[in-house]
Design a protein around this ligand. Structure first.
Ligand SMILES: CC(=O)N[C@H]1[C@@H](OP(=O)(O)OP(=O)(O)OC[C@H]2O[C@@H](n3ccc(=O)[nH]c3=O)[C@H](O)[C@@H]2O)O[C@H](CO)[C@@H](O)[C@@H]1O[C@H](C)C(=O)N[C@@H](C)C(=O)N[C@H](CCC(=O)O)C(=O)O
Ligand SMILES: Nc1ncnc2c1ncn2[C@@H]1O[C@H](COP(=O)(O)OP(=O)(O)OP(=O)(O)O)[C@@H](O)[C@H]1O
Length: 528
């Protein structure tokens, strides 16, 4: 498997185009010089992207934000598309040798059409969809760990990867296009998967990427300021997130009610919802169905233990395998979601507590010992997330906290000095380096970060700068002693670093592992 669009069932169902047109009330466009007949046309797949067409596909040409997909209809047909579905505007200029069918809203149609073409795979899987500004990836992996307690094969889809069983590929985005999603679900079924946990972004909800899929359980983590360029304002962002909690999209919901948006969602959702309060002692705990009533952070030097009160008042001892209070929240949510998805509560608690590493999410790459510090990689790339990440590792750090970080080019410039200030306040040693500079001058980004550092630490004591991220990681490890913790933030699982328009293969975890090997080799040489 190399590309998401190629994650298709090996034995696709085969449909009659005329029957599909009937089922979705699609009429034939008569714009072409000769109107091709629907008779005998067999359909085995659906796509919205001409580059992804496989022979036998219906190409759904959607009016895009930038261009009309119909512009690429001929290219799609040349690649093997057996029919095109589009709106009247798209059809107006088309004269193709395959049938062109009309839909008022091709984007909304793509998911349901693909679900039908792939024989409604979600109906035979346990499906979980997780939305929210932060914590989607972590919660989804925790849910997957619990689902694996009840299903021999599971699938996970999100920002990091698209995985069925043990085989995964890099994910192009948080939530794939609707036809890609339906094909992956069909492939998952072919590979005997019983359950799927996936991240559902607000873009996906606004653009119909999960249309045609009714999740067994939908979950909400939190809502914070983000993506307002796309959603307009917080109200619009909330409305798009809320779409997941509507009849036909989710059968039942689990909502974290720590913030006002979650409380509002729990009140307004049109499907049955269980609420989860995860801040110990907060007022909303009293009324929530589930509440974290005690939490011990980092006592074991790894994650946290916590007590979860259920709807019947019973107390359950649970654990998060990742450090920090946010992961108590993610773990509590995952336990309740998995339980709602049919996993016995005790099994869900046990599985979440021993969930394996999540790529780039508080991922422990080097364990403390043998002269080496604890070293982790985390995806925190906003000021808020950086605070949470640093606060999470401080309690498990007997020595100094050493941070390697940078900030993205061609993105929010205001956060650079803010993150510099946070680093100076909450860590002992800082190595400022590059993240994805993109088209910007990397030194200028580092300089903006250093302005923030200087505001808190004018003498720049224990502050280093490295223009290469690889060098920065090697430097941090060389500075660290066993009681210290090294945390590398900003890129998480990312497999590339974008510099001046070029994507270089790069991954923090791999570089950290290489730095550790180099340090061990040097030590062996010295002792030889
Ligand atoms: C803002 C946004 O989400 N845009 C999505 C939207 O693009 P668009 O309407 O601009 O599409 P367009 O470029 O005008 O093209 C119109 C149609 O022509 C098709 N086309 C276009 C070119 C071509 O050569 N052949 C072809 O067939 C396109 O596939 C599309 O169907 O519809 C396209 C297809 O349906 C999506 O691919 C595209 O996602 C783009 C690539 C994207 O980057 N989206 C990001 C912002 C996103 O979705 N991110 C969220 C996570 C956000 C987060 O939490 O951080 C995610 O789920 O990943
Ligand atoms: N429940 C939470 N509340 C607030 N912040 C969180 C929470 N969970 C994780 N974080 C922080 O947000 C960052 C991203 O976490 P995660 O990848 O799980 O979220 P996400 O919603 O999938 O975000 P993205 O779509 O950007 O990957 C982590 O670095 C972590 O520091």
């Amino acid at each position: 498997m190399t590309s998401p669009a190629r994650m298709r069932p090996a034995h696709p169902a085969d449909h009659d185009l005329a029957a599909l047109a009937d089922a979705f009330s699609l009429v034939t466009s008569t714009g072409a010089a000769v109107t091709p007949s629907l008779a005998g046309v067999r359909v085995t797949g659906v796509t919205v992207a001409s580059n992804d067409v496989e022979p036998g596909d219906v190409f759904v040409a959607v009016p895009g934000l930038r261009v009309h997909g119909a512009t690429y209809a001929r290219q799609a047909v040349e690649a093997g598309a057996v029919a095109v579905v589009t709106d009247a505007v798209g059809a107006a200029t088309l004269d193709l040798p395959v049938p062109v069918l009309l839909s008022d809203d091709p984007r909304a149609l793509a998911g349901p059409l693909a679900a039908t073409v792939h024989a409604r795979p979600a109906d035979r899987l346990t499906t979980v969809g997780v939305t929210g500004t932060n914590g989607k990836t972590t919660t989804t992996y925790f849910v997957d760990a619990a689902l694996r307690a009840a299903h021999p094969v599971t699938a996970v889809m999100g920002t990091v990867e698209l995985r069925i069983g043990d085989e995964g590929i890099e994910s192009p985005r948080t939530t794939v296009e609707a036809p890609v999603l339906q094909a992956i679900l069909a492939l998952a079924l072919e590979r005997d998967a019983g359950a799927v946990a996936m991240e559902v972004s607000s873009h996906a909800l606004a653009l119909g990427r999960v249309a045609g899929l009714e999740f067994d359980v939908v979950a909400f983590t939190n809502l914070q300021r983000d993506h307002l360029d796309f959603h307009g304002d917080m109200e619009g962002y909330f409305r798009d997130k809320s779409r997941l909690f509507a009849p036909g999209q989710g059968r039942r919901g689990v909502v974290v009610v720590d913030d006002e948006w979650g409380r509002r969602l729990a009140r307004e959702a049109q499907i049955p919802v269980e609420s989860v309060a995860t801040h110990v002692g907060a007022p909303e705990s009293a009324d929530a169905d589930w509440a974290v009533v005690a939490a011990d952070i980092g006592l074991d030097g790894v994650g946290s233990t916590f007590t979860l009160r259920g709807p019947d008042g019973a107390l359950h001892e649970a654990a998060s395998p990742l450090p920090g209070l946010v992961n108590v929240s993610n773990a509590a949510l995952a336990v309740v979601v998995a339980h709602a998805a049919g996993v016995p509560l005790d099994a869900a608690i046990a599985a979440v507590g021993r969930a394996g590493a999540i790529p780039g999410r508080m991922e422990r790459v080097i364990e403390r010992g043998d002269g080496f510090p604890l070293a982790l990689v985390d995806y925190a790339h906003t000021p808020d997330a950086l605070v949470l990440a640093l606060e999470a590792v401080r309690p498990i750090t007997p020595g100094r906290l050493i941070l390697v970080f940078g900030s993205d080019g061609d993105r929010d410039q205001g956060k650079r000095p803010l993150m510099g200030e946070i680093a100076a306040r909450l860590t002992d040693v800082i190595v400022v380096t590059d993240e994805n500079p993109r088209s910007e001058e990397p030194a200028a980004i580092r300089s903006a970060i250093l302005d923030g550092v200087r505001a808190v630490r004018p003498d720049l004591a224990d502050v280093h700068e490295a223009s290469s991220r690889t060098q920065a990681i090697h430097d941090a490890l060389a500075l660290a002693h066993e009681p210290d913790t090294v945390i590398i933030t900003g890129k998480g699982h990312e497999p590339t670093q974008e510099i001046a328009g070029v994507f270089h293969r790069y991954n923090d975890r791999s570089v950290l592992q290489a730095a550790e090997s180099a340090a061990r080799a040097q030590r062996a040489e010295r002792h030889a």
